[in-house]
Ligand binder design. Structure first.
Ligand code: ES4
Ligand code: ZN
Length: 325
């Protein structure tokens, strides 16, 4: 099983860069850049939380420990090495420019370090990657438009889309409609976190108002049978993150008959298995496949189906996808 899940050619489509910083790298950067940390006895205690709000506080602290272009290069290169090690063949990953901006970092600094590491990772371990700057939905709509002003000049074959993340429960997708319209007109691909903390209506609004091409998490889609049928019909992919549900949501038991990932799978939705924040959730891509297989008694055929879905939902051109199969 270990060999099989690792060897499966998988695409990772839902990973946050600051959530992919190893604890010892976080400590090293925080020390170097004079970032004060809460008092901890052990390194392992840094990444301990049991809900999204507490998680996001540490996530922001990790992000604020990243200062120079070299720091951005380091965390990106390590994150991509980690994906490659778990058998990832292609990755589209999020990063949160606004938190770095608020720490006084320029967009040029962020993008230069990240983009160089993407090139280096492709050269060193053949891992192709694409970047998705994501809007922090907890900030204002004005800040989201400012995000576009600062991000769109970096749009390229590597910077291919935008996302919407942070705490969905108090911050639904609908107010971001005009922001997404503008990103789409500028040629950006579109995705958003929806239906994790918020209701099925947020999944529908992400599709209808934001025009997203896929949904990150999306668990609460199962509360609306009509919407489930529509998503199947339209082939909408959901990037689900098993460990993330166990640690950051109230769906803590993957063996439960009513875990939303189980229900989504049984309903016939197109699922892509992803990590969200690998070191911060003590996981990697192969481990997430394995975890689902073990807790939900899935066969290798189903795991291979997830891997095919990951390629299918990737924002790659069709000829690249054909070469890959
Ligand atoms: C995040 Cl909503 C959410 N979940 C996990 N990691 C994140 N990073 C930023 N937003
Ligand atoms: Zn996420």
């Amino acid at each position: 099983m270990d060999q099989f899940t690792k060897a499966l050619p998988k695409a990772e489509l839902h990973l946050h860069l600051a959530g992919a910083v190893k604890a010892d790298t976080f400590l090293k950067l925080a020390r170097k850049n004079g970032i004060a940390l809460p008092k901890f006895g052990e390194v392992e205690e840094l990444y301990r939380y049991d809900n999204l709000v507490d998680f996001l506080q540490i996530y922001d602290l990790v992000a604020r420990s990243v200062v120079s272009a070299d720091d951005f290069h380091l965390i990106t290169y390590e994150a991509l090495a980690h994906v490659a090690n778990a058998g990832g063949r292609y990755v589209e990953f999020f990063f949160s420019p606004q938190v770095h901006q608020d720490a006084g970092i320029s967009y040029q600094t962020m993008f230069s370090g990240i983009l160089k590491a993407m090139d280096d990772a492709e050269r060193d371990f053949g891992l192709v990657s694409r970047l998705i700057p994501a809007i922090n939905r907890e900030l204002t709509i004005d800040r989201a438009f400012e995000f576009l002003d600062l991000v769109l000049p970096f749009r390229s074959d590597k910077v291919i889309g935008i996302g919407l993340d942070y705490d969905e429960e108090p911050f639904p997708p609908a107010p971001f409609k005009l922001v997404y319209d503008r990103a789409k007109n500028a040629g950006m691909r579109l995705t958003a976190h929806a239906g994790e903390g918020g209701p099925a209506a947020n999944v529908r609004d992400a599709l209808d108002l934001l025009s997203v091409e896929r949904i990150d998490h999306g668990y609460r889609v199962i509360e609306d049978a009509g919407l489930v049928a529509r998503c199947i019909d339209e082939g909408i992919a959901f990037t689900v993150c098993p460990s993330s549900t166990v640690i950051l949501t109230h769906w803590r038991d993957l063996t439960a008959a009513d875990h939303p990932i189980r229900t989504m799978l049984d309903a016939g939705l197109k699922l892509v298995v992803d990590t969200d924040d690998p070191p911060m959730l003590q996981t990697d891509l192969a481990k997430e496949y394995r975890l689902l297989a073990e807790t939900m008694a899935l066969d290798n055929r189903t795991l291979a189906e997830f891997a095919l879905n990951s390629l299918d939902a990737a924002w790659l051109d069709d000829s690249t996808k054909r070469d890959w199969r």
